[in-house]
Design a protein around this ligand. Structure first.
Ligand code: ARG
Length: 555
């Protein structure tokens, strides 16, 4: 809502003076807003004091503005804490969880996220794509976008040739029934070990995949079985995370849509034959994209292009986000370039992210540190349960709470920092009830809830003069900028903007709570306190929801 005031001031100045000003929120100090005037000095050719007077006279008529002061070349603005607080507090109280929501706009965004590979464990590494993507989906929905969430399963490609060959050589049907992904991983690893000394296995695998693509019945049946069992395992993780997709169309889905995309590429004269293979030249700065191998087999890129075209024809999206790690940077640069060459009006964004580290080391399948995410989540839930039993042994909804806290801790740990940074994966740290954790935010919300249960709020009895007190007003301002944080998170594709906003809000609340008694005799003060903290809880809960984390009534 501070953004609303900013916007109104900006428009006022534009309308009355025809100056296009920037309005900033100063990081520190006694002022709430600031307008840098130096840029205007040049364009207007006015002396600073005169310019200041001009802009000030316009600004000061806004009902939420108290005073202004010229410091350096900045016009500093103080809000009227009473009128601003009244506006913010009544709006948030009235809108509740809809505070910060925008009307539906006509934009469609496709978000391609999670997208694990069949026959492999759902690793902690795939967690990042899943939780960042899920949160971006919720954030965009809040802002009025139509969002299509797609799980582009890695269910096609030469690795299935390898699996088919390996299964033929070393597979056990019994073990496959018992522990599908475990067995598939075992033979996949074995394939690579053996292929080091017997490179002809790679040729066999390529041939097997080709047969699969050509529709070999036996091979197709086996592939389908691999896929179905893997998906069952993945669903266990999605259920815990409460993540749902609008489509599970993976790479294999595009098998019969390859000819179409090839036709479209051809009609734009983009295809070139190079040494028997089909490629697209992308200019001098990036390598050409390989579209078909010389044996006619398709590639990851071919299927991504088919997917993009199919999605465009089906959903008419304006924008498409790919939640994939940095190692695929080149792939998405190429994809983006091809979209430009095709002259499709789609904004393609590769939303990349840092690595997951355990004790400062990168995880990998080979080293065995690539832990299975489902097991890790169960461990986190059970640790959370232990902690709750200690804190609140009579809690009724203990299983629900442990799951919300255990899973929320892992999710928040992923979303609390800028997505480009590597994250440290340490259950003990993420499950702490103090510090920058999910449980800390959930606990702050529960604490407010238990205070609110002690009294009944009557919003007509609020005394807005109390908001002149900085410990009240700081909270109001933080609440008011929640809507800005949501927009910024979408703009930067970065849910951590919301995480940081919530941490700061919780911190301000906890220091407010340390300084002020909330349940006081005086009715006006009591109701002011209740309204304020109830609005704090509204923002924390809605913020947690946007991160894909459950809030609780008690814990
Ligand atoms: N399955 C791929 C992997 O794990 C990620 C797929 C991402 N999405 C896409 N449309 N390429 O590396």
């Amino acid at each position: 809502m501070l953004d609303l005031v900013k916007l109104e001031l900006k428009e006022k100045v534009l309308k009355e003076l025809n100056y296009d000003v920037d309005i900033e929120i100063p990081r520190r100090g006694d002022y709430d807003l600031a307008i840098p005037l130096f840029r205007l000095l040049k364009t207007t050719n006015l002396a600073l004091p005169i310019l200041y007077e001009q802009v000030k006279n316009v600004i000061i008529t806004h009902p939420h503005i108290e005073s202004t002061e010229l410091i350096g070349a900045f016009l500093n603005i103080k809000l009227n804490s009473q009128s601003f607080s009244r506006d913010v507090m009544t709006t948030v109280y009235k809108l509740g969880e809809n505070f910060g929501s925008l009307e539906s706009n006509n934009e469609v965004v496709v978000i391609d996220y999670s997208s694990p590979n069949i026959a492999k464990n759902f690793s902690v590494g795939h967690l990042r794509s899943t939780v960042i993507g899920h949160s971006l989906k919720l954030i965009h929905q809040k802002l009025g976008y139509t969002v299509i969430g797609i799980n582009h399963l890695g269910d096609w490609g030469t690795q299935f040739g390898k699996l088919l060959v390996a299964y033929d050589l070393w597979g056990s049907e019994e073990m496959l029934k018992e522990k599908p992904i475990g067995e598939l991983q075992r033979i996949y690893i074995k394939f690579h070990e053996v292929a080091e000394t017997k490179p002809e296995l790679e040729d066999e695998a390529r041939e097997a995949f080709k047969q699969l693509e050509l529709g070999d019945k036996e091979k197709h049946k086996l592939w389908q079985y691999f896929r179905q069992e893997s998906l069952k395992e993945f669903m266990k993780v999605y259920n815990l995370l409460d993540v749902k997709f609008d489509s599970y169309a993976g790479e294999a889905f595009y098998n019969d849509k390859i000819d179409h995309v090839i036709d479209v590429l051809d009609s734009k004269n983009l295809l070139k034959i190079d040494d028997g293979a089909t490629i697209i030249d992308l200019g001098d700065d990036i390598p050409p994209a390989l579209i078909k191998r010389s044996d006619g087999a398709t590639l990851y890129m071919t299927r991504d292009l088919a997917a993009l075209l199919y999605r465009y024809e089906t959903y008419k999206m304006n924008k498409t986000l790919y939640l994939v790690g940095n190692e695929q940077k080149l792939h998405f640069e190429q994809l983006k370039r091809i979209v430009e060459l095709l002259e499709l009006p789609i904004e393609v964004v590769h939303v990349n992210f840092g690595l997951v580290l355990i004790d400062g080391k990168k995880m990998s399948t080979r080293s065995g540190t690539n832990a299975n995410l489902y097991d890790v989540l169960l461990e986190s839930i059970s640790d959370a349960k232990e902690a709750i039993i200690e804190k609140n042994p009579t809690l009724e909804s203990i299983d629900y709470a442990s799951e919300a806290i255990g899973v929320g801790a892992v999710v928040f740990n992923d979303l609390k920092n800028d997505r480009n940074l590597n994250i440290d994966f340490n259950l003990e740290n993420m499950l702490r009830f103090e510090g920058q954790t999910g449980p800390y935010l959930q606990y702050t919300s529960v604490r407010i809830n238990s205070i609110l249960k002690e009294a009944t709020l009557d919003p007509s009895k609020v005394d807005y003069t109390l908001f002149n007190n900085p410990s009240y007003f700081e909270l109001v301002k933080q609440i008011s900028t929640f809507s800005e944080a949501i927009k910024k998170a979408a703009e930067d594709y970065n849910p951590s903007v919301i995480s940081k906003h919530l941490l700061q809000l919780a911190q301000l609340f906890n220091s407010f709570y340390g300084q002020n008694r909330i349940l006081v005799e005086d009715l006006a003060t009591l109701n002011t306190n209740l309204l304020l903290i109830s609005n704090v809880r509204t923002v924390i809960n809605e913020g947690l929801r946007l991160l894909g984390i459950k809030y609780l009534d008690e814990m």
